[in-house]
Write a protein that binds this ligand. Structure first.
Ligand SMILES: *Cc1c(COP(=O)(O)O)cnc(C)c1O
Length: 401
């Protein structure tokens, strides 16, 4: 009996991809092996994070990097770093910011549920501008003068949720913010691949960038990366690491903390609840190496063949299948199944029945309101495919009849 069966759970067929709700991404064998090896010995965590910083800096072009407990944790820690810098008193007071600026400017259309992570550190988000095409009210998006107009002595920085089509472009916002002496924190959690986005920090010069480790990188689900300016990454690390030591004995590694002198050792910081284990750090680094080497691209053909096979099996169902190849040739293909007639009206119910069957099947649900099902092949293999295909056929033919 497996560990899940023992707990009364049946493993699912995951056709949704690397979503947190369903447990993240599959671990490549090398990642699992790294995780197990790391569990067999102990090392000081600040030294391990310093080594991680070196690997992340190489991969991203940033000055320094930190393995965090996910991109959301990276956003909280990055915000804490912007608010407190290397001021131990401020670190102690967070998330309360009495006496210092705590406002982060954000384009109104970039507000999203993950900005809770930014507010959790004590920041107040100040929305700027309008995205009129989105609202159907006009033609212009957020403009730089609107950032300028919202700037006050309370402004501590800028939050930017990266998309290739986000407006104004990241470069322009960074250039404006730096003229104002303000740091820019970028949420790029789900913007990998393309691999080139790892170098966001280097290219447009953002101060801190947050990535998920448990999405396309295929590291442990509860890992992420915060990379950027050394001074800020050092502050984030100080607010996350276990600091229960005598300052006479504490030797912060220079490659993570720089050579500047700290006035003391902070107490357990706001990031203490986001601690990352040695096993997670080592496994994330193993996954990052595979990701940047392009190893995952080798799966593309096989996954394409699986999805094409599925589309063929559904040929006599009331659906229209479309295979989407990944943009820029990186990442995995996606099968879009557009439901027709009665099936289209039944999309939610079809999804629900697939989830409650045996084995439970979870399809991508992002386009359900348009009557479309999505099949993400990340977790799918030759063994899962016939089961998925048969259950889907049953449901489609029953609903369409
Ligand atoms: C997934 C995601 C997050 C959260 O990432 P975790 O690694 O799960 O913490 C934050 N922001 C955006 C835009 C995301 O897509």
């Amino acid at each position: 009996m497996g560990v899940y069966e023992e707990l009364g759970l049946q493993p699912i067929i995951n056709a949704s991809g690397a979503v947190t709700r369903l447990g993240g991404s599959p671990w490549p064998p090398a990642v699992l092996e790294a995780y197990c090896q790391a569990a067999r010995a102990c090392v000081p965590l600040e030294q391990l994070q310093a080594a991680a910083s070196r690997v992340i800096a190489q991969a991203t072009g940033a000055e320094a990097g930190l393995v965090t407990a996910g991109a959301a944790a990276a956003l909280t820690l990055g915000t804490a770093a912007i608010l407190a810098g290397n001021d131990l008193g401020r670190m102690e007071r967070l998330p309360h910011c009495d006496g210092f600026g705590n406002e982060l400017l954000v384009a109104r259309d970039q507000r999203n549920p993950y900005d809770h992570a930014v507010r959790a550190a004590g920041a107040r988000l100040v929305e700027v501008g309008y995205h009129e095409p989105l609202a159907g009210s006009g033609v212009r998006c957020v403009e730089l003068w609107e950032y300028e107009a919202a700037c006050t002595p309370q402004t501590a920085g800028v939050l930017y949720v990266y998309r290739p089509d986000a407006r104004p472009p990241l470069e322009a916002v960074v250039e404006w913010a730096h003229r104002r002496g303000l740091p820019v924190l970028v949420d790029a959690a789900g913007e990998l691949p393309p691999r080139a986005n790892l170098r966001l920090e280097a290219a447009p010069g953002a101060d801190l960038v947050a990535f998920s480790g448990g999405k396309a990188i295929r590291g442990p689900q509860a890992t992420g990366i915060l990379c950027g300016r050394r001074r800020l990454v050092a502050s984030a690390a100080m607010q996350m690491l276990d600091t229960d030591d005598f300052s006479e004995l504490w030797e912060p590694p220079a490659e993570l903390f720089g050579n500047e002198r700290w006035t003391g050792l902070p107490r357990q910081g706001i990031g203490r609840g986001y601690k990352v284990s040695k096993e997670q750090i080592v496994a994330l680094l193993a996954a990052l190496r595979l990701f940047i080497s392009g190893a995952y691209e080798a799966e593309q053909q096989e996954k394409c063949a699986l999805l094409e096979g599925l589309a063929q099996i559904l040929a006599d169902c009331p659906v229209e299948c479309r295979l989407h190849m990944p943009p820029e040739g990186e990442g995995l293909p996606l099968l879009e199944i557009a439901l027709r007639g009665a099936c289209a009206r039944d999309a939610l119910a079809i999804c629900r029945r697939l989830r409650s069957g045996s084995p439970p099947i979870y399809l991508g649900h992002g386009l359900l309101p348009q009557g479309k099902l999505l099949v993400n092949p990340l977790h799918l293999d030759r063994a899962a495919m016939p089961v998925l295909a048969q259950r889907l056929r049953e449901e489609l033919l029953a609903s369409g009849a």
